[in-house]
Write a protein that binds this ligand. Structure first.
Ligand code: THU
Length: 133
């Protein structure tokens, strides 16, 4: 998907974010190998720790739709800084593709691109379970 298209979708999606406690809204799109994609926003809870980030919701929507291999995550938060995925989301994203590309937009509609592997080197994965008794 082209970045301009992703940004337009992200800007529309973010209006669905449910962030009454932090007032920090985030939207995300997970894209697959053939242009298929799913979106998500952060959904907070009065029991704060039950909040789920936009990235994980987008990924779970992607997988729930029957799509298999995510190749790219687009992320948007309307702040000056480039909001990176939190540690928990990095781990969850790495389950499906540790080489995923991460494209982060800020409020000025600039972007920065990373590889998931550089954001979470040496993450725990399936192969670590192979040594169990
Ligand atoms: N949040 C995300 O959705 N993604 C991130 O990458 C960082 C944080 C959400 C969780 C919470 O609803 C709010 O932003 C403030 O932490």
């Amino acid at each position: 998907m082209r970045k301009i298209e992703a940004l337009n979708i992200l800007k529309s999606l973010i209006t669905n974010a449910y962030a009454p406690y932090s007032s920090f809204t985030v939207s995300a799109i997970v894209e697959g190998e053939n242009g298929e994609y799913a979106g998500g926003v952060n959904v907070e809870n009065a029991s704060y720790g039950l909040t789920v980030c936009a990235e994980r919701i987008a990924l779970f929507n992607f997988i729930s739709n029957g799509f298999k291999k995510p190749i790219r995550l687009f992320l948007y938060a309307p702040t000056e800084n480039f909001t990176p995925p939190c540690g928990a989301c990095r781990q969850v994203l790495s389950e499906f593709n540790p080489d995923m590309e991460i494209v982060i937009f800020n409020k000025d509609e600039n972007f920065k691109t990373y590889e998931l592997g550089e954001l979470i080197p040496l993450c725990f994965n399936k192969s670590n379970l192979e040594g169990r008794k």
